[in-house]
Design a protein around this ligand. Structure first.
Ligand code: UD1
Ligand code: UDP
Length: 410
């Protein structure tokens, strides 16, 4: 007599805004797969910024931890996560634990599973700058997670080459980035519904239609202190131009909110606003002329929306859009930032070249590929047809893209 196959019990653990955005379409795909019993554990590393995402995607957690404290340090956060996650693993006894990216939640969840000999699947595996301090501590987190992962879901061919080059034990697949799945769902919602669009736009009635919009986000720990002071200096200079207006949804980290409010709070054409829900943020990105950011996710989304991006970092683990010409690194030097932004505002031809819509990070089917792999089905891997690729051998050895090495793109 045929016995029903036991379901694969998968526990997804995440806790920050970007993880929730990138995991949302995946946990929905897992829930729709008959062979999978999907559970969600939210660590609560973020609070309100995470809740906005859970609400928008209508995600319900099976386990909600509450680890966030204001101005948390990496060590207090890490300790709180270890203490909170282990009882969940004990209770669920999952067959696999899924983590995403490079946050402290992801690293501790992966290590906690590893300590219990539970196989780990890493979504967004293989991103590397090659510099353990940039981004900090994320480069260490993702390397550590890949080291102990059984499955590495690399978003791009380059990221898979990175893990292959490290001779890790897990099996790797090129899936595309799940952020493009999330973005497609969200952009289609906005584009297909004029009423929704009008209601989103009504939040931005302060935007002056006669000036072009520079959208800014920033939060990286390695930019705390002098880095943020320099970013603010650059934004003050840019705000003196009559044709630019700046909208900056400010991250709630006190190390960001403090200096940004102090140095930019008094400028009439700099709009400092609260973090936006994902739908509103994507709409704002659609309205922007140029995006200035140090965010990982924003670097991946903006090229899909045809928006030129200047990245306030010296090195990126996402070289694909730099190669495609839609992203350029400007670091945090105020003069460099001002020069980069002014070039895009003043030179129509440059702006047009940088605003070519490109999709090096995915095709919206990353989640389906990940589910196929977890179920042991053949995986139709993600391939970018449009990018010029270098030969296999040199690409595997290719150094991370740095500000110096990409300056010729513009
Ligand atoms: C974390 C991740 C980073 C990711 C970023 C996304 C680590 C080490 N860092 O950095 O990789 O890019 O999230 O935003 O995992 N806060 C609130 N409410 C919120 C969220 C944050 O008040 O909803 C404040 C709290 O004071 C908190 C602080 O921000 O202590 C820092 O949060 P934390 O998650 O430690 O660092 P992020 O800089 O957000
Ligand atoms: N985002 C958002 N609201 C905002 C700013 C950003 O929903 O006010 C989204 C953005 O679209 C992207 C993600 O948050 O998907 C990026 O998060 P963040 O920059 O905090 O983290 P990172 O991607 O650098 O890890």
């Amino acid at each position: 007599m045929d016995r029903a196959q036991p379901k694969l019990k998968v526990l997804s653990i995440f806790g920050t805004r970007p993880e929730a955005i990138k995991m949302a379409p995946l946990v929905k795909a897992l829930a729709a797969e008959p062979g999978i019993d999907s559970r969600i554990c939210i660590t609560g590393q973020h609070q309100s910024m995470l809740q906005q995402v859970l609400d928008m995607f209508e995600l319900k957690a099976d386990y909600t931890l509450d680890v966030m404290t204001p101005g948390q340090t990496l060590n207090t956060l890490t300790a709180a996560l270890y203490a909170a996650i282990d009882p969940v693993l004990e209770h669920v006894q999952p067959d696999k634990v899924l983590v995403h990216g490079d946050t402290t939640s992801a690293m501790v969840a992966a290590m906690s599973a590893f300590h219990r000999r539970i196989p780990v699947a890493h979504i967004e595996a293989g991103l590397r700058t090659g510099d353990i301090h940039q981004p900090w501590p994320e480069e260490m987190n993702r390397r550590c997670i890949d080291l102990i992962s059984d499955y590495m879901f690399a978003p791009t061919e380059q990221s898979r080459r990175n893990v292959l080059g490290e001779r890790l034990q897990g099996v790797s697949f090129v899936t595309g980035n799940t952020v493009i799945d999330a973005l497609k769902i969200t952009a289609e919602r906005i584009d297909s519904n004029p009423q929704l669009r009008a209601s989103l736009d009504s939040q931005f009635s302060f935007i002056d239609p006669s000036r072009k919009l520079l959208l800014v986000t920033g939060h990286r720990r390695e930019n705390f202190g002098d880095g943020f002071i320099d970013i603010c200096k650059a934004l003050r200079t840019l705000a003196s131009r009559d044709d630019i207006q700046i909208v900056y949804p400010v991250h709630l980290n006190p190390n960001v909110l403090g200096p940004v409010t102090e140095h930019l709070g008094d400028l009439p054409n700099v709009h400092l606003i609260k973090p936006l829900d994902y739908l509103s943020f994507i709409r704002l990105m659609q309205l922007a002329h140029v995006v200035l950011t140090d965010s990982g996710g924003v670097q991946e989304e903006a090229p899909s929306l045809g928006k030129p991006v200047l990245v306030m970092r010296d090195v990126t683990e996402r070289p694909e859009a730099v190669a495609a010409g839609t992203v350029r690194l400007v670091g945090t030097d105020p003069d460099n930032i001002v020069r980069g932004v002014c070039a895009l505002f003043d030179d129509e031809h440059l702006w047009r070249m940088a605003s070519q819509s490109a999709n090096p990070y995915g095709d919206g089917h990353a989640c389906a590929r990940i589910v196929d792999a977890l179920m042991g089905r053949p995986v139709d891997e993600f391939v970018v047809e449009t990018l010029n690729r270098r030969p296999e051998t040199s690409e595997a050895q290719r150094p991370p893209v740095t500000q110096r090495s990409v300056s010729s793109v513009y």
